[in-house]
Design a protein around this ligand. Structure first.
Ligand code: SF4
Ligand code: SF4
Length: 403
């Protein structure tokens, strides 16, 4: 199937309900680490298990693998949580010094230049989305008070009307100027060689390193935009939901595994964005057959050790309070998923590793056609592919000794 540009939005593609309400970040599993006793217990067990596997010198958890993880954390250390999940911290500050505004720039030339600059700063792919406010969190989480507070737009209340810059009010309400109508969305690639060793410390460490790069890239891009005289909110996992913004930016479709799938990078990606009022030309969502292919494939559901990925159809409601209701998708059981993280001592990554789209989208059409003939045959074929899946992980073949 070819890549088609669609004249629609992520909200329409996922049949968003009129009663849909913006997601409160407090419910996100990583924010729950600060206040939900059950998740705290699971995280404690995760760290203990990782420690034990390392003492046992388990493949993928050796002393060297553990040191590799420590190295990737060196730049961010404990800041990684604050700077990717909590808004307006050191690397993702909402404000910074601004240059004089340059009026009358050609938006097509500017868009090209911004996309190129984002790639120069470290992104693998870049798209521009109109900022659909439904994807912005209803509340942000404050680590100091351990409470959540509203995120609002300057045209939502008369007292905010004069606000021209992203602002934290005394009552902890954050206000985004209504002029910030665009998101520059960026993809960052995970290393297939590391992913082959899922669910061990190797892909976990690679993901952490990629997060550090994402902080650097979003921070740099925000600096460029401010120098041009405009507002910029750099964000990895804070402030707004990434996947629908990436869909609106024409960077991919959502798969059965609940992850974004890009036609070229598959699901081996992490997403970040910069919200801005810089005038840019927006991209459109794309369709390259993910809905049809995931309907037939189900490989991630077969391979998920926790049974957290559904084998059946899409639904409009989330599994529990961790996810939002009111839009159509394959709903992941995040608690089951986190229980397995606790067991394996990392963030698993198996459903990313095994995804059939990691070999690119071009070959999927013929598989889709044969799926009409025999689904068992196709299941077997997909499962047997040397797709950097954990079933081809050979503990004797050290990652470090293979060039
Ligand atoms: S990360 Fe692992 S446990 Fe979680 S959904 Fe993916 S495969 Fe399942
Ligand atoms: S493994 Fe198959 S079903 Fe799962 S997300 Fe990838 S393509 Fe879709």
């Amino acid at each position: 199937m070819r890549i088609q540009r669609l004249n629609t939005s992520a909200a329409e593609l996922h049949e968003i309900d009129q009663n849909y309400s913006r997601y409160n970040q407090k419910h996100n599993i990583f924010i729950r680490l600060f206040w939900d006793e059950e998740i705290k217990r699971l995280e404690h067990a995760r760290q203990k298990n990782a420690e034990q596997y390392s003492k046992d010198n388990k493949p993928g958890y050796s002393k060297f693998d553990k040191a590799f993880l420590a190295g990737t954390m060196n730049f961010m250390r404990e800041k990684i949580v604050q700077n990717i999940h909590i808004c307006d911290q050191e690397f993702n500050a909402w404000n910074g010094e601004k240059g004089t505004k340059e009026e009358g720039m050609d938006i097509f030339t500017l868009t090209k230049a911004i996309k190129k600059a984002a790639k120069m700063y470290g992104a693998c792919a870049v798209g521009i989305a109109p900022l659909d406010r439904r994807w912005v969190y209803s509340h942000w989480y404050d680590l100091q008070t351990r409470q959540s507070y509203p995120i609002q737009f300057s045209d939502e209340a008369p007292e905010y009307n004069r606000i021209q810059e992203p602002t934290l009010l005394e009552n902890k309400v954050r206000v985004i100027p209504a002029s910030m109508k665009t998101a520059i969305v960026m993809l960052f690639e995970m290393d297939p060689g590391c992913l082959k060793y899922s669910p061990t410390l190797l892909p976990y460490a690679n993901g952490r390193f990629v997060y550090s790069e994402m902080c650097l890239t979003t921070n740099s891009l925000a600096g460029l935009i401010r120098e041009l005289g405009y507002n910029a909110i750099p964000s990895v996992n804070c402030t707004a939901l990434n996947i629908p913004l990436a869909i609106d930016a024409g960077l991919g479709q959502i798969g059965r595994n609940g992850k974004l799938i890009n036609p070229y990078l598959g699901t081996r990606i992490r997403i970040a964005k910069v919200i801005t009022d810089l005038p840019l030309d927006c991209d459109q969502p794309i369709d390259f057959g993910v809905n049809e292919f995931c309907e037939a494939c189900r490989k991630c559901a077969r391979k998920c050790p926790a049974g957290a990925i559904p084998s059946d159809s899409k639904v409009c409601s989330g599994m529990d309070e961790l996810s939002n209701d009111g839009y159509l998708r394959w709903a992941i059981d995040h608690k089951k998923c986190f229980c397995y993280w606790s067991e394996c001592g990392t963030n698993c990554n198996i459903c990313i590793t095994v995804c059939s789209y990691n070999r690119g989208y071009k070959w999927t059409k013929s598989i889709l056609n044969s799926s009409k003939e025999s689904s068992t045959l196709v299941d077997n074929l997909l499962d047997s592919l040397d797709d950097c899946g954990p079933d081809v992980f050979d503990p004797e073949a050290s990652f470090w000794l293979n060039s």
